[in-house]
Ligand binder design. Structure first.
Ligand SMILES: O=C(O)COP(=O)(O)O
Length: 234
């Protein structure tokens, strides 16, 4: 069964630009998160965490992820431990970045279609910029994006609209002419608040919840489905 709701899916002709989320949308990075967190927890002599639990904690940036994992494994004095945990996590993440992650099927075709239609592209993630840029390069996705922004580039992260508004500004595109493509309620809420139409992929993380309950303009099972968007219906 396809999850696309074609009746609501905007045509690519309606847009001058697209802003695309990274984790859970372009790249399945769960393996990298699990490996880096595993290294961090071992260094702190804490119990390990399962991948399924991690997938529900991804998407709100590194600080949220580390604090959630420390609480999940029952670390005592999680607040005092945070700085050290962040140092160890950063060390391990930079070491494994891209090694346990895969570009989702349909991503290259989707990006090619967006580019062929002349859309200006930005990648906007809550992941730290210094993790995001090497990952995009390692996966040969960097050349598609004229802008890449991480969770530490702006004063607030998604679901706040600020990162999207700033990215629209950097792309020189009005928010209503900029399509947000993401995998989570975080992406959709930020897009709604910024005035960007939003399409969600069905295969991402969405904080461990079913994505179809999220308020969005459409759902797709692969980015390549965007290539088939027909006549303008803005
Ligand atoms: O929280 C993260 O590290 C990833 O977040 P993203 O879904 O915005 O890419």
């Amino acid at each position: 069964m396809t999850s696309s709701s074609a009746s609501h899916l905007p045509s690519l002709s309606c847009f001058d630009a697209a802003i695309i989320d990274l984790d859970g949308t372009l790249v399945d990075t769960l393996g990298d998160f699990v490996a880096a967190l595993g290294g961090m927890l071992a260094d702190l002599q804490l119990p390990q965490v399962q991948a399924q639990a991690v997938s529900a904690m991804v998407g709100k940036g590194s600080e949220h992820l580390i604090r959630s994992v420390l609480a999940h494994v029952g670390a005592s004095d999680e607040a005092a431990l945070y700085e050290r945990a962040w140092q160890r996590y950063q060390h391990h993440y930079l070491r494994v970045n891209g090694q346990h992650s895969q570009v989702y099927g349909g991503v290259i075709e989707g990006l090619d279609a967006l580019r062929a239609r002349g859309l200006r592209l930005a990648c906007l993630t809550n992941k730290p910029r210094d993790f995001a840029r090497p990952l995009l390069a390692a996966k040969k996705l960097d050349s598609y994006f004229e802008q890449v922004f991480g969770g530490d580039d702006f004063a607030r992260k998604k679901p706040d609209p600020l990162p999207l508004l700033k990215t629209c500004e950097a792309l020189g595109s009005a928010s209503e002419r900029t399509l947000m493509i993401g995998d989570s309620s975080n992406d959709a809420r930020a897009a709604r608040a910024a005035g960007c139409p939003v399409v969600l992929v069905s295969y991402g993380y969405n904080h461990g919840e079913p994505v179809h309950g999220v308020d969005a303009d459409g759902f797709i099972d692969a980015l390549s489905e965007l290539a088939g968007r027909g006549e303008p219906r803005c």
